[in-house]
Design a protein around this ligand. Structure first.
Ligand code: C5P
Length: 220
């Protein structure tokens, strides 16, 4: 039996990651956080002492990039080789350089190939794959494809609330800059044909999870 794929895209701060995890948990599905993979690569590039802006060096590093998102697909712990990078990949120093790495076509090709293997091998009945180009490139044939959005002010406010002290300063500017850079590579602000938009601007977390589950129930 084929794994049922739920594809979810959206901008930074849309609540994509936490909503996707909650949806997967409720349905007993696996979860594939593709942003975590790009972040882990950024971590690995910096750890190797390479310049993230140097596309050639990043491409040459790909074969050594030992990404491990966990075989149980809970999305809980991310390893690069033996190193647990779960917390480190969320640091601002990673957010600041990840877009430069993610815009390299060879990087996208390689990670997308790995995503497809993970999705095909998922032990669960289904898997939620979340990112920026899942509904359009990674899994355009998925039975359920959702664009999760929220107004920019709301996204910045949510992101700022997650941070403490000095890291909250400039969080809005960094989020705006990252979305602008990422949007040059893939369009995740408008829904492609056949993709259902869930706008969480006026929804709280539980309501957003319910709205996504409703779409899955209707389409899946
Ligand atoms: O989702 P998250 O904000 O953790 O993603 C981190 C970065 O990874 C994004 O800013 C983007 O540069 C890249 N990304 C991507 N394609 C995806 C998911 C993430 O390019 N499908």
């Amino acid at each position: 039996q084929q794994t049922m794929v739920v594809a979810i895209d959206g901008p930074a701060g849309s609540g994509k990651s936490s909503v996707s995890k909650a949806v997967a948990r409720r349905l007993g599905f696996g979860i594939l956080d593709t942003g975590a993979a790009y972040r882990a690569l950024a971590w690995s590039v910096l750890d190797a002492g390479l310049d993230p802006e140097d596309a050639g060096a990043v491409i040459a590093h790909l074969p050594a990039f030992a990404l491990d998102l966990g075989t149980d697909n809970t999305g809980a712990i991310v390893h690069v080789g033996r190193v647990d990078v779960t917390a480190a990949i969320r640091e601002p120093r990673i957010s600041a350089v990840v877009s430069a790495i993610a815009r390299v076509p060879e990087v996208r090709r390689e990670l997308i190939a790995r995503f497809r293997v993970i999705a095909a091998d998922a032990p669960q009945a289904g898997i939620v794959i979340e990112g920026r180009d899942i509904t359009t490139v990674v899994a355009p044939d998925a039975p359920v494809r959702i664009l999760l959005t929220a107004d920019e002010e709301v996204r910045i406010a949510r992101r700022t609330a997650e941070l403490v002290g000095s890291s909250a300063d400039g969080a809005g500017e960094q989020l705006r800059r990252r979305d602008r850079a990422d949007a040059q590579v893939v369009d995740f602000m408008t829904a492609a044909e056949g993709v259902t938009t869930v706008d969480s601007t006026h929804l709280d977390f539980e309501q957003t999870v319910d709205a996504v589950i409703d779409v899955i129930d209707a389409l899946g």
